[in-house]
Design a binder for this molecule. Structure first.
Ligand code: MN
Length: 479
């Protein structure tokens, strides 16, 4: 467990102007309030708020958030009241603690309606102050890290599933990529232990092979870049067990066939250097077609920026490369938390400035039932696009929910008008099949147009819908 002075030092290291006395007071208040309570692990309960504060300190959050994290369970689990917190620590900290408390009271209700209600409260709280969400994410992270101590397997599974469905996408949505990955892997371990074990064992074997593939490729990438005078920071890593397993399942491939197990990050100084680096890499290695994405000119919804590509490295390894500047790298590492580190944006406390939170609020107002709201928001939070491939490996980007009909129209109008059969990952599938990330789609066309009115229901892209309507209008008998 993090000691009092260690936590204070951790915060002071990135924010020298902190109110040290306030942090110490919060530490002592929480320690006294939780007293002799113990967790299922046998650890004193107080270790939990301290670890949660530590997670947030590693994200370099302001001392108000850290103090609120120390106090986040006092109102729910001890005799302390919200008035005590406000009196001792001020309005802001009391608001954050209150926000987190409201949420945990409803946590993990068995039926969907209650789960949706809980989520609705989270959205409302984070619309007022997004730091409520950050504390909630850190709280869930520590609970996931200590999940194996929980004795009830049913409850463990439930917590893991909720983490995968709600907390991992939320972390991703606020740009906390490594937190999202950690959530997924911890949940994966609980929900499908055999698959988790096989995947991690195979990854470990790959890493321990005497060739040391990561170091070798890092130095190769560096020397290629240095030829054009780009002195980049190059990092290599294995992709996470969950992401690899998911790809194996969605692409229906084996571990051996899976190419992008190794991922590299090239961090350069300036924006032009990103494109220069891309150019020299594409010039020096075989490029895997359909994998290039420019998230610099078109950032992701969570403001993530990078160039992505995949190439064949020496010794015929297929690798994934991300290229970005130091500044983009910082944003990719810390997401929304970066606002507090640099205090660039004083309004960042107001969650309503984030379009996606506004969207969630709107959906909440419109949903007919809590269940429907939960379903809609799950879709909204996951990336709103699916990436599919033609049989030649060309990338086709479609909105979530797109079917093989949309796919055909995305290739060209003629193909759309003449589609007769579709193979998804080598299997013949109905045309209404909804496509998933990584699906490989082969469209068979006939000589005559095949469009039927029912297609309009199965199409979700504007392009396909418009074309189908147009075709049907044309071919219907004139009045
Ligand atoms: Mn907690």
């Amino acid at each position: 467990m993090l000691r009092q002075y260690e936590l204070v030092e951790l915060v002071k290291a990135y924010d020298p102007g902190i109110d040290e006395a306030l942090l110490n007071k919060a530490y002592v208040f929480s320690l006294r309030a939780h007293g002799t309570q113990v967790r299922e692990s046998g650890d004193p309960f107080f270790s939990h708020p301290v670890e949660v504060a530590g997670i947030l300190a590693n994200l370099k959050l302001d001392h108000v958030t850290i103090a609120a994290a120390l106090l986040h369970d006092t109102v729910e689990d001890t005799v302390a009241t919200l008035e005590d917190i406000e009196h001792g620590f001020g309005e802001q900290i009391a608001f954050l603690v209150g926000g987190v408390t409201k949420l945990s009271k409803l946590a993990l209700q068995s039926d969907t309606a209650m789960q949706a209600e809980n989520f609705r409260k989270l959205v409302l709280a984070m619309a007022d102050d997004i730091r409520v969400l950050l504390i909630k994410l850190a709280d869930r992270m520590h609970n996931m890290q200590t999940l194996h101590y929980r004795k009830d397997p049913h409850r463990r599974q439930k917590i893991a599933q909720e983490t995968l469905d709600i907390f991992a996408p939320l972390a991703s949505r606020v740009g906390l990529q490594s937190m999202k990955e950690a959530f997924e892997d911890l949940a994966f371990k609980e929900l499908n232990e055999p698959a988790y074990k096989t995947t991690t064992e195979r990854l470990a074997r790959l890493c321990s092979s005497s060739t040391g593939p990561i170091e070798e490729i890092v130095s190769d990438l560096k020397s290629v870049l240095e030829k054009v005078n780009i002195h980049a920071r190059v990092l290599g890593r294995l992709k996470t067990p969950y992401s690899i397993w998911k790809k194996m399942v969605t692409r229906n491939t084996t571990f051996e066939e899976l190419c992008d197990i190794l991922a590299f990050r090239v961090v350069v100084q300036t924006l032009p250097e990103c494109y220069q680096a891309l150019g020299i890499l594409h010039n020096s290695y075989w490029v895997i077609p359909g994998r290039f994405k420019d998230y610099i000119s078109t950032p992701k919804v969570n403001n993530y920026q990078s160039l992505h590509t995949a190439v064949i490295s020496p010794k015929y390894r297929r690798i994934e490369v991300q290229i970005r500047t130091e500044q983009m790298d910082m944003a990719a590492e810390y997401g929304i938390a970066a606002h507090w580190q640099y205090k660039q944006n004083v309004h960042a406390h107001d969650g309503t400035q984030y379009q996606w939170i506004r969207n969630l609020l709107q959906m909440m107002a419109q949903a007919k039932s809590p269940g429907e709201f939960l379903e809609n928001t799950k879709i909204e939070m996951f990336q709103d696009q699916v990436f599919c491939f033609t049989e030649k490996g060309e990338l086709v980007v479609l909105p979530k929910g797109a079917t093989t009909i949309d796919f055909a129209y995305a290739i060209d109008v003629w193909t759309g008008d003449h589609i007769s059969e579709a193979y998804v990952n080598g299997k013949s599938m109905p045309l209404r099949t909804v496509l998933k990330n990584g699906d490989q789609v082969q469209v068979i066309t006939s000589n005559n147009p095949t469009t039927v009115p029912a297609w309009e229901k199965f199409a979700c892209t504007g392009r396909a819908k418009a074309r189908i309507r147009h075709y049907l209008d044309q071919s219907s008998p004139k009045k």
